[in-house]
Design a protein around this ligand. Structure first.
Ligand SMILES: [Zn+2]
Length: 354
């Protein structure tokens, strides 16, 4: 048994991964991923697994770095899923690497943490984002870069690769999240703490949800009031409703909850609202805002889907009142909903955590 003092860098890496994975303001469900490089071998979180499971379950997959980076730069499609670069002999879990593996490989730092920090997302969807990040990160003394929105996978990895040329410690991924890099786990942990302090925003206060009214509205339907009470803040003040229904803000929301956030106005019945979708042959929204009352979620949602409702609630609550938001375009949404690599992560989500 190793004494605490003899903790290896890999142990520290798992510990940091778990810490990131158990903070709802940093990671929601299977989102976020970490990596540790040892020479040309990189251990990266497996697709569909939860960072919160680090240290309890075998969730890190070994990948060869140099050929993957070469494939990414050459435009070789095998860089997308990175499965051809897995070191099979060391891959005890047999899982696939994260769909974000190629950008971990492209970053030269030995330790890389990427997560969907709700404060970063809230700032990175604002029209004024360039100026905001410059001010906040310069004041915090960080070496940073911003990366425009790209679909996760090789399109994003190629832009991360370009941004890495200036050797930043922190990369802000617009409409997506954050990457923090460093030489050691300790250095990354310290930078995470500093960048979190620099980017933290206050959450808008809201009144309590009316769970009784939500229960009554959703009786005998395939929807239920959100079990996580913090998810209801989306529906409880007009500004949060405006922001949430204005469009899609970041990829994981689209992937898990689709592109439509439902809105049930006061006095409207749920069956008549849902009929409108059925009449048009459209899928009903997985989440429905009941204005001034709270959130209804489809009973079909997995825990991974439910936690995305909480994520949106936390992001929206931190966007300043009246702010102009840059939403994903229809083309961005289409690209996310028709993406083969994602089907695997969602299949794992359905099977793994029920
Ligand atoms: Zn991500």
């Amino acid at each position: 048994m190793a004494a605490r003092g003899a903790e290896s860098e890999f142990d520290r890496f798992l510990r940091l991964s778990k810490q990131i994975g158990t903070d709802i303001l940093k990671t929601q469900g299977a989102g976020g991923n970490t990596s540790l490089k040892d020479g040309d071998t990189m251990w990266v979180k497996a697709s569909g697994t939860w960072l919160a499971q680090a240290g309890e379950r075998d969730i890190m997959v070994p990948v060869r770095v140099a050929p993957l980076v070469e494939a990414l730069r050459r435009g070789d499609p095998r860089a997308e899923k990175a499965t051809d670069f897995v070191i099979t002999a060391l891959n005890t879990s047999g899982l696939r690497p994260s769909i974000e593996t190629s950008f971990h490989a492209a970053l030269p730092s030995p330790v890389v943490a990427h997560y969907h920090c709700v404060n970063t997302i809230a700032l990175s969807v604002l029209k004024q984002r360039d100026e905001i990040f410059r001010t906040k990160l310069e004041a915090a003394g960080m070496k940073w870069a911003t990366v425009p929105y790209r679909r996760p996978g090789t399109p994003l990895a190629r832009d991360v690769d370009l941004a890495a040329e200036s050797n930043p410690d922190v990369l802000i991924l617009y409409n997506h999240g954050i990457i923090v890099t460093g030489e050691t786990v300790e250095e990354v942990a310290d930078r995470i703490e500093r960048v979190t302090a620099a980017l933290t925003l206050p959450a808008r206060q809201v009144p309590d949800a009316d769970i009784g009214a939500l229960q009554q509205l959703s009786q005998d339907s395939s929807y239920s009031p959100a079990a996580d009470l913090a998810s209801h803040q989306l529906a409880l003040v007009p500004e949060n409703i405006r922001l949430a229904t204005g469009g899609s803000m970041y990829p994981d929301h689209v992937i898990f909850l689709g592109t439509t956030v439902g809105l049930l106005k006061a006095g409207q019945s749920l069956p008549s609202y849902l009929e409108r979708f059925a009449d048009k042959g459209q899928t009903a929204p997985k989440m429905i805002i009941v204005s001034g009352c709270g959130m209804l979620l489809s009973n079909e949602l997995t825990p991974g889907g439910q936690v995305m409702a909480r994520c949106l609630a936390e992001v929206v609550a931190r966007i300043p009142e009246g702010a102009d938001v840059v939403y994903l375009t229809e083309a961005d949404e289409y690209e996310l909903t028709n993406w083969e690599a994602e089907q695997y992560r969602q299949a794992l989500d359905r099977g793994a955590r029920t």
